[in-house]
Design a binder for this molecule. Structure first.
Ligand code: AMP
Length: 368
């Protein structure tokens, strides 16, 4: 086991396996490109080792160049690509081979592919050492890959965790952590916030309420707050992209957590997929969805009552309340099925006194 910054990693792929995979790619490149005088383009920083190993094995005329990009922050992939060093070479009418250390969602390779195409090269081939084919979602063809790997966060052989680990010649994966990750579910007013406060103490978990984070941002008039406010005031959902980015950032603030209580997230299938991907990068998963079941009319009465003291504009107006409940059934309740399919859904009666409800929830959590 090794430790990089705050995280522990365990051995995953040996140098020997990696080198055999590189031999195979190099054989294919020699066979396919011997008369093409290709330009190899390495994607920095991670690909430097792979580029060097490929170049050592390529037997014919070729050139090599690099682009420098970054799309990882911490252990999570982000959608934004930041070009740090552009390509300082004319590639008009050339055969180009992009050399990547790893392709996962495909954002980087799609961006590079388009940039090279726009620069007028004749033919583009893509070769990657590691390929997360389960998570790859893009159109660009991956012509050559060394090893296909599951969706784990890895370091070594050029790949880093916040700058460290690139010099390791074996590859390591993030050590799985036994976390308890609860999705606390139920319609607005079901008592999720109240129960989360109790459960976070009892089980030493971090409570993330997306509604609270939005309200905090609104109060402080941040850019995010301004964006979210127009949706929240009408009782509508804030767009997925905004919500998912925010949730990722909240989770990343707590790298040492024993687990999380997600309250008000996920609310859509896209959010549920994003949560699953995020937890996977931490070697973990959603443990259970525990849902508080409460009748609609009870909810309306509870929220109107809460509105007298909460100061929340979306609690004060019965029309907005009913719209939030409607949105819950139309857009959010499908998630019950999502987690039922994984045998992770647990419904709990949400009517009664607070302690009794906590007791019912604990019975579910204790057997996870
Ligand atoms: P809550 O405090 O959970 O009732 O959330 C209040 C409001 O914040 C909701 O009506 C939405 O407008 C917004 N919101 C909270 N969580 C999410 C989410 N996961 N996705 C989209 N919008 C959300």
């Amino acid at each position: 086991m090794i430790k990089l910054h705050d995280l522990e990693f365990v051995p995953f792929i040996t140098e020997e396996t990696i080198e055999n995979a590189i031999d195979t790619i190099a054989d294919q490149l020699n066979a396919d490109l011997f008369d093409k005088n290709p330009v190899f383009i390495g994607v920095l920083n991670g690909a430097f080792m792979f580029v060097s190993e490929i170049l050592k094995r390529f037997k014919f005329d070729c050139e090599v160049n690099f682009v420098k990009l970054a799309s990882y922050q911490g252990t999570q992939t982000t959608n934004e690509i930041d070009e740090r060093i552009g390509l300082g070479q004319n590639i008009l009418d050339r055969t180009v081979v992009v050399l990547e250390d790893i392709v996962d969602t495909g954002n980087t390779i799609t961006w590079v592919h388009k940039t090279l195409k726009d620069a007028g090269c004749k033919e583009i081939k893509v070769a990657t050492l590691f390929f997360k084919n389960e998570v790859y979602k893009k159109q660009v063809t991956i012509d050559y890959y060394g090893l296909s790997i599951p969706n784990k966060f890895i370091v070594g052989y050029g790949l880093d965790y916040n700058g460290l680990g690139r010099n390791l010649t074996d590859v390591y994966q993030l050590k799985s952590i036994k976390m308890t990750n609860l999705v606390l579910f139920g319609p607005p007013g079901a008592g999720k916030g109240t129960q989360a406060e109790v459960l976070k103490e009892k089980y030493d978990l971090i409570h993330i309420s997306t509604g609270d984070v939005f309200r905090y941002n609104i109060k402080n008039a941040t850019e995010l707050g301004t964006l979210a406010k127009s949706f929240i005031d009408k009782g509508q959902l804030v767009p997925d992209e905004v919500t998912i980015d925010m949730l990722n950032a909240e989770v990343d603030k707590n790298p040492k957590a024993n687990g999380f209580i997600f309250d008000g997230f996920p609310r859509t299938e896209a959010q549920a997929d994003a949560l699953s991907a995020l937890l996977k990068t931490k070697g973990s998963e959603v443990s259970a969805m525990v849902a508080l079941e409460v009748d609609d009319e009870v909810l309306v009465q509870r929220l109107l009552e809460r509105g007298k003291t909460s100061g929340r504009p979306d609690d004060a107006d019965e029309k907005v309340i009913r719209n939030r409940i409607k949105v819950y059934y139309e857009e959010t309740a499908i998630l019950k099925e999502y987690y039922q399919k994984q045998n992770k859904y647990f419904g709990v009666d949400g009517v009664g006194n607070i302690q009794d409800i906590t007791e019912r929830l604990s019975q579910v959590i204790d057997q996870l």
